[in-house]
Write a protein that binds this ligand. Structure first.
Ligand code: ATP
Ligand code: MG
Length: 152
């Protein structure tokens, strides 16, 4: 029983780290996204090419955790659906002082208006969109079959 318990604790701890890594609180969003990229390369052989500007860290206290989770979902989508093994991730500060994150792949793309939640999943983009409504942000998807995907 002890070893089962230990294993369960270890599994739930590593899931917590995965969803909300300590580095996010210690070093900020750019560092956490860098960590995530390294991890995806190691675990999934998926390369994340990261470019962040120094002034891009979000100012609002709840933004980093949400933005980390949302960016992670967009990168996982690239790894799962694009058919390529790399994506570009850019984090910049906009003129109106917001933090803008762009995730881009040159993979197979899709028809954004046709992507709706359904019985077999498809809640990733929908839930980002819903939560952004509350936070005052927005999700923009540019994609077309055969033309890659850009999510910002
Ligand atoms: N980068 C991408 N390249 C190609 N297709 C994509 C990409 N991102 C999303 N899609 C398409 O949009 C659909 C909806 O994405 P979404 O993240 O909402 O759902 P999902 O990834 O299928 O499931 P879930 O996120 O709930 O595990 C996907 O099933 C896929 O067909
Ligand atoms: Mg998804």
């Amino acid at each position: 029983v002890d070893s089962i318990l230990a294993e369960t604790l270890e599994a739930s701890r590593s899931l917590t780290v995965e969803l909300c890594p300590p580095i996010l609180h210690q070093s900020g969003l750019a560092a956490a996204l860098n960590w995530l990229g390294a991890r995806m390369e190691e675990k999934q052989q998926f390369k994340v090419r990261l470019r962040t500007s120094n002034d891009a860290e979000p100012a609002s206290p709840h933004a980093p955790a949400f933005l980390f989770e949302a960016t992670r979902e967009m990168l996982l989508n690239c790894a799962k659906h694009s058919g390529t093994r790399e994506a570009h991730l850019t984090m910049v500060r906009t003129k109106d002082d917001s933090c803008r994150i762009i995730v881009e792949d040159k993979g197979k793309g899709f028809e954004p208006s046709a992507a709706r939640p359904g019985p077999s999943g498809g809640f990733g983009l929908f839930s980002i969109q819903q939560r952004l409504l509350d936070l005052g942000g927005k999700l923009e998807i540019e994609s077309a079959p055969g033309h890659g995907t850009k999510a910002a």
